[in-house]
Design a protein around this ligand. Sequence first.
Ligand code: ATP
Ligand code: ZN
Length: 811
Amino acid sequence: MGPLFVQVAVENTVYHFDRLFTYALPAELEQVVVPGMRVMAPFGTANKERVAMVFSIGSTGAPGVKPVLAALDREAVVSPEMLELALWMHERYYCTIFEAVRLMIPAGLQFRLKDSYVLEAGFKNFDRECFTEIQWRILLQLHTAGRSVPFEKLSKENGITESCPDFAALLEKGIVCKVNTASGRIKDAVSKMVRPVSGFMGKLTPRQKDVYNVLLDAGEASEKELCYFTGASSSVLKALVDKGAAETFEYEIYRRPHIQERKESIPEFSLSEEQERVLKSLIADCRTGGCSLLYGVTGSGKTSVFLKLIQFVRSQGKAVIAMVPEISLTTQTIRQFQQLFGDEIAVFHSGLSLGERLDEWKRVHRGEAQIVVGTRSAVFAPVQNLGLIVIDEEQEHTYQSESSPRYDAREVARYRCYKAKALCLLSSATPSVESCRMAQEKKYRFHQLTARFGEAQIPNVELIDMNEETPDGTEGGISSPLAQALRGNYEAGHQSIILLNRRGYHTFASCRSCHEVVTCPNCSISLTYHSANRRLMCHYCGYSIPYTSRCPSCGGETLRFRGSGTQQAEEQLQEILPQAKILRVDTDSVSARHSLDQKLESFAQGEYDVMVGTQMVAKGLDFENVTLVGVLSADQALYSDDFRSNERTFDLLTQVVGRAGRGRYPGAALIQTYAPENPVLALAAEQDYFSFYRREITYRQALLYPPFVDLLVIGFVGGKEGLVKQASEQFLRMLSELARTSYSQLPLRVLRPSPAAVAKMGGKYRYKLIIKCRNSPTFREMMAQLLCSFAKLRDFREVTAYADSNPYTIL
Ligand SMILES: Nc1ncnc2c1ncn2[C@@H]1O[C@H](COP(=O)(O)OP(=O)(O)OP(=O)(O)O)[C@@H](O)[C@H]1O
Ligand SMILES: [Zn+2]
């Protein structure tokens, strides 16, 4: 047999230079390496060692190509089907192949290559006279270690750099040699903890002193929390550690994710007639595969139906992936799954510790768990023999990734199901316009649940015209009808949910005399007041300053809060219901995941009377005792300039209204608005999805928006505004040229480049270019070619361009 070669994807390549690379497979690795395994490969002109994923092994390859250096895994960590998926993503989402592969491997299994050094094997000449003091110490250290020592360690203990003469001489003489070791990347910032070194007497700057004192009080804290509460940057923490005032350590947690105890008996439930009928047709769908859309009004028991469907699929010996849009919903879902399926389930989401993620991944990889429940990333779960993927609340934007690879989990799910001849089931009370259209065109099968389960009825909804309310009711305040309803509901012993529908729901600070709003110097975004640490913070980059009444702009003592945040809403509610217990749910109050779980659990137990919050309270929650829903300001999202704003508003209102009256008691909802005549509100009030859809689809067609076209947004990011703008214009010129000369048959409409909605973020300027197109292979080929030629332009080296395919928002 002749020599073997491997095709690999290499880590950290740039997009415009990425493809599968061929390496020779040394004889000693022939029996070891299989596709799906990672190897170490020399890369580039400097032959720097990189991690690479083996895609295939074969006898084609030019003689003289570089050989692979070592195998990093003992077995394949990615299956052949998933490797194929990675190539598909590379073509579809303009990412490097390895970026796609990385999504399939849990963080705890990622490697980091470290430079290490060993003593040359034959070295015997331990003659103290021949070496300098430092060289001698290094030799002894390496000798004692008996194996390679990471450079970091050598450097720290001997105070050397890689280029210092003492060390360089050792390398040159071949006494010390460089090796590369791959170390598992189990560590992560999230689990990084800091504790004070007590009795520290050294000198600290005032800023460091501040943080040190907080740390003394706290005992220990995660780095993240500490930065949050003190407003310190990580460099301040680093300085503390360097000075010996604090030390870092890590929690090594290897355990199953916390899942509520299994109840004594597994609750057997039987389906209603309508549910049963839908289940039957879904079972039939499973036999053919493809995509099905399950539309069901809120509270109709979509969950019950797909739980039964999963039971069926499992009885056929096939595996299942069930996705929910947000971590906050997983607990409830997981509990239901846990009750029915016990240890057969594995949980995938970013709220888990790295150890937990690794463990859950292994259980699926080994086939011990065959039902995966999780958020977006669960779509990459390494299940074998896939039978079904369920995507609950399929319209949610969280299924799309906002950073590279900018993939859409729904598309990935469809692809996996198509390849595995499995069923992809989309489920929602407010399907995305795109999915509903697919169903209309018979590309998806369509099923519906028209009634709530049991006796439950769709709640009664009333729109409250805020223009008629007393003018002293401040914007976002609580109208008297809503206040009255709240009191009534409280007295009846029922619970209420209040939604504050603001995109920028935060509390900003503005000056009464100069009217300036305090904004982040790095991002064109107003700072948000956080009561927990009394600081104004930027939600984009984390910049923060302590809150005082002094205006940074004019210097007057006239700074005040504005806007109506959840905190104010909470206070107003407390005034209306002095006795009631109020639970506030927003990203500020629930930064720790378990605290949200606990809060929702106590709410379910009836320990609170009212829950107030942002989008987080609107969706998926199922509490029998909630009979009143109030929406403080329905209009916020309606008038933004995004083409999806109607859909978003309809979806949010329908969902939140749907939280009321899901059990034994009838529910009601009150929606406050300054635009009561807006038809979208009326349709949401009636939970009339199909009328909404018909209205919306006409508008999309008239203005040429998805699903009638695909959108590709090219983003440009860079430190100099002028250059970023020029880059976007240059890109447009190149696009026009290429389209005219080589792709004249492609239907295209390109909008002029413009600054992004948040034009500056983290100190970088952002421009965007919107292309209306048909997302065909030929179109993608053209765009890939353009992105590559653009990346090679020397004039725009400081500008990054990326492509986002059908993003949720084009702002
Ligand atoms: N067959 C059934 N037997 C017993 N209870 C059921 C059944 N179907 C639904 N329910 C109950 O009805 C309520 C609503 O069901 P579920 O949460 O599945 O609705 P949904 O369609 O997912 O709603 P939403 O879209 O609003 O989240 C739940 O409390 C659920 O336990
Ligand atoms: Zn900022």
